[in-house]
Ligand binder design. Sequence first.
Ligand code: URA
Length: 253
Amino acid sequence: MSVSGDRAELATLVTSLRRHLQRQQRVGIRFIAQGEAPPKDSLSDIDENLLSGTESDLFSDSSETYQAKTLEELRAVIGDCQRCKLGSGRTHIVFGVGNPKAKLMFIGEGPGRDEDLQGEPFVGRAGQLLTDIITKGMGLRREDVYIANVVKCRPPENRNPEPDEVASCEPFLKKQIDLVRPEIIIALGKFAVQALLQSKVPITKLRGNWHSYHGIKLMPTFHPAYLLRNPGDKKLVWEDIKKVIKEINGENA
Ligand code: URA
């Protein structure tokens, strides 16, 4: 693995470990025993669910995240989030918008300036392009789909989100997907694809092909902001979107 890959993995582990310890503290565990494990009975007043995670989360995020039953509950769990260093610089947390039962979910990278000010994803120039893809290209309304980002707070000066920031926000994105349960995800750009597929393969290689995110069909394509800089690649995105339209219409069966 490369040095940056090692660093990213380390950052993810440190964030996960920190959260794990915070969670333990919340349920009353203040030290880690070094001797034998305590008898099981001594844990009986602790809700076991609070300590359980999922197979994909070695040290799962806070139990409240996993226990949220609705998007509103999940939003409440996030609260006035300061779990990572993006918290101090944001105006609004940009949680997500759209139909909570959408069949199609778009996932971008993170809020830009307009999104940070308005608290809604994809409302700036790149957002206008995404809205055109949804409405003019796919014949849907923005309200029909669900739109979210990998990180929910704006990185300063629109820099790329850093591995610890992605790791901090990842449980919320996973839970959002779990609650919406879309049939199809369109991952917009490298950060969304990397976060969801845990892959370092470049977006240029991944786009246009179907992938699976825990059984949900996932189509990676270029990010609208990239298209604003490289309008010549709009035709590639249109090819990807046409595959999604076919899938929605059941024409790939
Ligand atoms: N870019 C993103 O990835 N997300 C937004 O919400 C806006 C711009």
